[in-house]
Design a protein around this ligand. Structure first.
Ligand SMILES: [Zn+2]
Length: 359
């Protein structure tokens, strides 16, 4: 009886410990919710990009460039932006601004917030529930004042903007608390200065086997703004991955590459494409077999088509591919269907990223 009691007691204690651990785990899961980390996830996953998804150059500015830009700041702005100062509540010029438009970084001009995410928080500082592009805001742990807060900075010039708190309204539940001095406002319809405009992008489409790898490698090419996995060249109106895999839709797994033509040319993208895959394999790449894995270039205009065909022609008679014929198809691009979200940035998310090939 005594043994039984001891056993029951031990079981009860074990059960209680298990229950507590489960509670702690679920509490942790809830606390990891903050969606302001979404923009930071990219850098945690090892993706350091020169361009944001909305096509802005977000490469860090040099110290010299920042010093040059800072010459234009007033002492008050300098204190806030460069020395992490805070303007007095209710004093900022943009606190009660209800006009539609864009809020850009006071120092470098990078767009940071839109008027449609601004709300009245009652705190005395301009408040937003989300940035205009998650990658335009950089998050920094701040333990000044004896408490832990999350400081927000401009991704491009690292100017101090304010802090973010988890007591904001839906849909994010976040409150980006800003200094007016850190921002410059442009009303809707006003022409933005060059530093506040996205780069003028061009687009190219390539298919060369499983899109995960092709997308991952193009994403690393300097001058490429974004690479997106999808389907092209088939008949079905809204193809799904399963349909494309079944080989009945005629689509190829393709990648849409948007690029800054001032940094990388179409010719250079063709060079990379032929390094990224084996253009001599018919309807396959290694273990992936089927016409969805065919090698193809989908040109966005006749100029691209001409360039692609001339590029391939140059290999005729050369032994670049051990004298095997290039079977890459070239045609004008049709509709590009973006692949399901779980296929995007697949290697970056799952740790299978490959370095760009050398030579
Ligand atoms: Zn900035």
């Amino acid at each position: 009886m005594k043994v039984a009691n001891t056993t029951s007691l031990s079981l009860l204690v074990l059960f209680a410990i298990g229950f507590l651990m489960l509670r702690l785990a679920s509490g942790r899961a809830q606390r990891t919710r903050p969606s302001f980390a979404a923009g930071a996830q990219a850098s945690q996953a090892g993706i350091t990009r020169e361009y944001s998804k909305s096509a802005y150059n977000i490469a860090p500015l040099s110290a010299d460039r920042i010093a040059k830009l800072a010459e234009d700041l007033s002492p008050e702005e300098r204190h806030i932006l460069l020395d992490k100062g805070t303007e007095r509540p209710m004093c900022g010029t943009l606190l009660n601004n209800k006009e539609g438009g864009a809020y850009v970084c006071r120092l470098c001009g990078l767009p940071l917030f839109n008027s449609d995410a601004k709300f009245t928080s009652g705190t005395g500082w301009p408040s937003f529930f989300q940035p205009s592009d998650p990658q335009h805001v950089h998050y920094q742990r701040d333990t000044d004042l004896g408490m832990t807060r999350t400081e927000i900075q401009c991704t491009r010039c690292r100017s101090h903007l304010g802090h973010v708190f988890e007591d904001g309204p839906p849909p994010t539940g976040l409150r980006y608390c800003l200094n007016s001095a850190s921002l410059r406002f442009y009303a809707k319809g006003t022409e933005l200065p060059p530093e506040s405009r996205p780069v003028q992008m061009e687009t190219a489409y390539f298919a060369g086997g499983c899109f995960w790898g092709i997308e991952d490698r193009f994403q690393q090419v300097p001058g490429v703004v974004d690479a997106v996995s999808g389907y092209m060249g088939g008949k079905t109106a809204e193809p799904t991955y399963e349909q494309v895999c079944s080989g009945t839709t005629g689509h190829a797994e393709a990648v849409r590459v948007t690029y800054d033509p001032k940094r990388v040319t179409y010719e250079q993208l063709l060079e990379w494409f032929f390094k990224f895959h084996d253009p001599t394999q018919v309807n396959r790449q290694g273990p992936d077999v089927g016409d969805q894995y065919r090698s193809a270039i989908f040109a966005t205009d006749h100029q691209q088509l001409k360039q692609a065909r001339e590029y391939i022609e140059r290999f005729r008679g050369a032994d670049a591919f051990r004298n095997r014929a290039i079977v890459t198809q070239t045609e004008l691009a049709g509709t590009f269907h973006e692949a399901e979200e779980y296929h995007q940035d697949y290697h970056a998310k799952h740790g299978g990223s490959c370095q760009l090939p050398g030579g």
